[in-house]
Design a protein around this ligand. Structure first.
Ligand code: FO1
Length: 311
């Protein structure tokens, strides 16, 4: 039985995986290290989409269809904002706004993001620990064929259509892991990389000095779940981005990005033939269904990953 499981997480894919994991191990035993490279300042608010996506999902409050934001959401405030500005392409729901208002007031009061996140997580009744990768601001910027774009401008305003030429995690080199992050990796029984975009979801976490080293050094088994299945991503621009950055859009290309610290790589059944290529990188492979259609599939994937962690 696992007493401490640490998960490196992006947004929607990670949240869906975590929903299954909380059914298999006690939620209290899970620590999530979340990506904050996607964070954005809009209308005077600091929005942390990946931390919120995971928090809302584990609180049972998420909009299951979209994967992000809250269920039963309305957008009256955004409609009113349109009277003042054209910069309303980011869909901020009325209920979601409460989170950003509360977070902003505490951040302006000098509280670090990790403490603010802990307050939000606790208030929403989440029993797992959710840590931002860092209390220092790190922002993902992309060099694209439509120019230099911050992540949300690329992803939401431009619908992830521009071709990505390079990626920069601004502030990462000066950032320190948030309190508890290195300990959560060092003291875990298993560390899992969720099926998130390896470049722009897991990449920023690994770019914070000390985190990649902690993954090398931990005695816990490190397991990564491929977000690429049959050369495609379930959702989002991961495949196109892996291609345009020259890595290639395949599960084995993702494995290659993790080869220096991952012990086990989880492939979907579709990618069974990639086993030898991934094993050549020095990882054990596990092949199982990884598409999480409903709760039974999420639970089955979590069980398969934990089984691989203990065998
Ligand atoms: N994603 C969209 O595609 N369009 C949106 O308007 C949008 C708004 C939004 C608001 C709050 C929030 O927490 C997430 C939101 N997302 C939206 C999702 C977000 O852009 C992505 O989930 C991630 O940053 C990628 O992991």
């Amino acid at each position: 039985m696992f007493e401490r499981v640490t998960v490196l997480a992006g947004g929607v894919g990670a949240a869906r995986f975590l929903e299954g994991l909380t059914q298999v191990v006690p939620p209290e035993s899970i620590t999530v290290i979340g990506n904050t490279g996607d964070d954005v300042e809009l209308h005077g608010l600091t929005i942390c989409p990946d931390l919120d996506t995971v928090t809302y999902m584990l609180a049972g409050l998420a909009d299951q269809e979209r994967g992000w934001g809250l269920a039963n959401e309305t957008f009256h405030a955004l409609e009113s904002l349109k009277r003042f500005t054209n910069e309303t392409w980011f869909q901020l729901g009325d209920r979601d706004l409460a989170t950003h208002i509360f977070r902003g007031s505490l951040l302006r009061g000098g509280f670090p993001l990790s403490e603010v996140t802990a307050r939000i997580v606790r208030s929403l009744g989440v029993r797992s620990t959710i840590l931002p990768m860092s209390d220092n601001p790190v922002r993902t910027w992309l060099e694209t064929d439509a120019g230099q774009l911050d992540f949300q401008t690329y992803f939401v305003k431009h619908r992830a259509e521009p071709v990505v030429r390079s990626v920069d995690f601004v502030g990462a080199a000066q950032a320190a892991p948030a309190p508890g992050v290195l300990e959560a990796i060092a003291q875990a029984d298993a560390v899992i990389l969720a099926p998130s975009n390896p470049v722009i979801s897991i990449g920023p976490i690994l770019a914070v000095p000390g985190i990649r080293e902690a993954l090398h050094e931990t005695s816990a088994r490190v397991l990564a779940i491929s977000p690429i299945i049959g050369g495609k991503a379930i959702k989002g621009p991961a495949a196109a981005m892996l291609n345009s950055l020259g890595y290639g859009a395949s599960a084995s290309a993702v494995a290659n990005l993790y080869r220096d610290f991952a012990d086990v790589f989880i492939l979907d059944e579709t990618d069974r033939d990639l086993r030898p290529a991934v094993e050549e990188l020095g990882m054990r492979t596990v092949v199982c269904p990884t598409i999480m259609k409903g709760l039974p599939e999420k639970i089955a994937l979590a069980q398969a990953v934990l089984e691989a962690a203990s065998s």
